[in-house]
Ligand binder design. Structure first.
Ligand code: ATP
Length: 358
């Protein structure tokens, strides 16, 4: 059953040189209890999409179009106070990239958890809420007495765990986990991910797991949405994204994390840089870095095409998958010097313009 339904969402930031189209026409839905991974390079718009869901956006951001329906409620229509009272923390919570920034330095961590619990549960006493915070700490492997510590007394890993305690304190239906382990060292990363998964399963919460790491999503998610240049360019169940993706960008990402595929392939990175999101223009945003870009890719923004079982792809060449997959596995396919719009397309276009002028 659908819990969250995002339709044609556009969230832009006002910047000096125009609107930054950080989330640009995104549709995505999530079922109850489901874990969906948002994967893509830094700056592709993953955090903006998550913050749009819980409306934790900065002042220069605006949801300019689209809908975010959560359990039958249109979130974009709620006032800030309705959102705080009815949704934030109690129904949808967020574990940010850096937990230290999520806590107020002047209160103890316990006081902050107690405050959130009591704001949403009128009948809960301070003592009961505090006991809940202690139990959560215990569940997450933190000494319960540390509820009386201030955020700065916590190590990075412990602060991240405390943030998970806060995010799960009210058994929300949806948890937004934004790179919850990137600020931590590798040994702790795995343990924290496991803890999040265990707690989520216990509560039967749905989760959006944001990461740039393909191997993290392949281990933790039911479905994966691949984000590029402010758009979801491919979405499918995790198995399909890992073993049978259709978008060249997803194929490229897979090459950058070869341990997730069965073959013994060397690590190949995608040359070039992510697109400019101020006035990106028409055409596929990946075309300048795509080894398979054809003329149409530079001219026409691809619409999502369905390939069954919820597999959707925004690519003009998604039908040619067998050929593309084989080519994408070769290092010589991803050559730095092949970036950019080939001259022959330019001259074709110039010729077409001359013809149409005639
Ligand atoms: N407050 C802001 N004002 C202007 N532009 C912003 C703001 N926040 C983010 N952006 C821009 O929006 C785009 C998407 O950023 P976002 O943080 O959502 O991406 P991301 O995929 O989550 O990246 P990261 O993994 O680095 O957090 C980027 O081009 C970024 O520079």
């Amino acid at each position: 059953m659908t819990l969250l339904d995002i339709t044609n969402l556009k969230t832009y930031y006002r910047a000096e040189d125009g609107w930054v189209r950080a989330t640009d026409d995104v549709s995505l839905s999530i079922d109850r209890g489901e874990t969906v991974g948002l994967v893509g390079e830094s700056g592709s718009g993953k955090t903006t999409l998550a913050k749009s869901i819980i409306r934790l956006l900065s002042d220069n951001a605006e949801i300019v179009d689209g809908s975010v329906e959560f359990d039958g409620t249109e979130i974009t229509d709620l006032t800030d106070s309705e959102l705080r009272k009815q949704i934030r923390w109690s129904e949808i919570s967020m574990i940010p990239q850096n937990a230290m920034n999520g806590f107020d330095p002047v209160y103890t961590v316990g006081q902050q958890i107690v405050q959130v619990i009591r704001y949403h549960e009128d009948g809960t006493s301070k003592a009961e809420a505090r006991e809940r915070a202690r139990t959560l700490f215990d569940d997450l492997g933190i000494e319960p007495d540390r509820v009386d510590d201030y955020p700065h007394q916590f190590s990075g890993g412990m602060a991240q765990r405390a943030m998970i305690a806060l995010a799960l304190a009210l058994s929300p239906s949806l948890v937004l986990a934004d790179e919850p382990t990137t600020a931590l060292d590798v040994v702790i990363q795995d343990r924290i991910l496991e803890t999040i998964k265990e707690m989520q399963e216990e509560l039967n919460s749905a989760m959006i797991m944001i990461t740039h790491d393909m191997s993290v999503v392949s281990e933790t998610c039911d479905r994966i949405a691949v984000v590029y240049g402010g758009r979801v360019i491919e979405v499918a169940d995790a198995e399909t994204i890992i073993t049978n993706p259709r978008h060249p960008y997803t194929l490229g990402l897979r090459n950058a994390f070869p341990d997730i595929s069965d073959d013994d392939q060397e690590l190949i990175s995608i040359p070039g840089t992510p697109p400019e999101l101020v006035d990106p223009g028409e055409g596929c945003r990946f075309a300048p870095r795509c080894p398979f870009a054809e003329e149409a890719c530079w001219e026409v923004t691809p619409e999502p095409e369905s390939y069954g079982n919820g597999h959707e792809v925004e690519c003009h060449r998604a039908d040619e998958i067998e050929h593309l997959q084989a080519e994408a596995g070769k290092k010589e396919t991803w050559r730095e010097q092949d970036l950019g719009r080939p001259d022959e397309f330019e001259s074709d276009r110039a010729a077409a313009e001359v013809e149409s002028d005639d």
